[in-house]
Design a protein around this ligand. Structure first.
Ligand code: SF4
Ligand code: SF4
Length: 163
């Protein structure tokens, strides 16, 4: 069983009624690099440079302004580009770790806007950042330290903690 299968929390009725307010805010990220490469590249790991070239074909981007590149769906002012009329266009197993881990809460529906659903700490932005940092450093220490020193020159914002 994968980490995400362990933690998955889908409350479909509540989410159906909600209509995906989390997705209309900002996409979730894949916090687990191994899971990400297993899903989209048959488990084949890559350097940052290699992944950068492959992401556009998947409709994904790197969120980079934390200083650690993390793959995520493209975010528009209307929210995640993978949100279709019938919900998420990813299969359940492919969805970003944060999307699967978000625990739906009725409190979201009791408000006019915003998301009150809870993201476990093990799927937080900080946890994802640490895991990707460890991954990039292990794969290509020189390239990553050069990137890290270059800092936050990229203009994507990380999703808010509540997605
Ligand atoms: S905001 Fe919460 S209730 Fe609404 S779709 Fe997302 S997880 Fe489900
Ligand atoms: S990937 Fe799917 S579940 Fe995640 S934010 Fe986008 S539409 Fe929502």
């Amino acid at each position: 069983m994968t980490e995400n299968e362990d933690n998955v929390s889908l409350s479909l009725l509540l989410c159906k009624e909600c209509g995906g307010r989390c997705c209309q805010g900002s996409p979730g990220i894949w916090t687990d690099p191994e899971r990400f490469f297993a899903l989209f590249f048959s488990g084949k790991g890559m350097t940052l440079k290699q992944l950068r070239k492959r992401l556009p074909a998947l409709g994904l981007v790197l969120w980079e302004n934390s200083g650690v590149p993390i793959p995520a769906p493209i975010s528009l002012s209307s929210g995640c580009t993978f949100l279709g009329v019938d919900g998420c266009r990813f299969s359940v197993t492919e969805r970003p770790c944060q999307c699967l881990a978000l625990i739906p809460d009725q409190a979201t529906l009791e408000r006019q806007e915003g998301c009150r659903c809870r993201l476990p700490a093990s799927f937080s932005r900080e946890t994802g950042k640490q895991r990707w940092q460890d991954y990039w450093q292990a794969v290509d220490p020189t390239a990553f330290s050069t990137f890290y020193q270059a800092g936050d020159q990229i203009d994507f914002a990380l999703p808010p903690e509540g997605l």
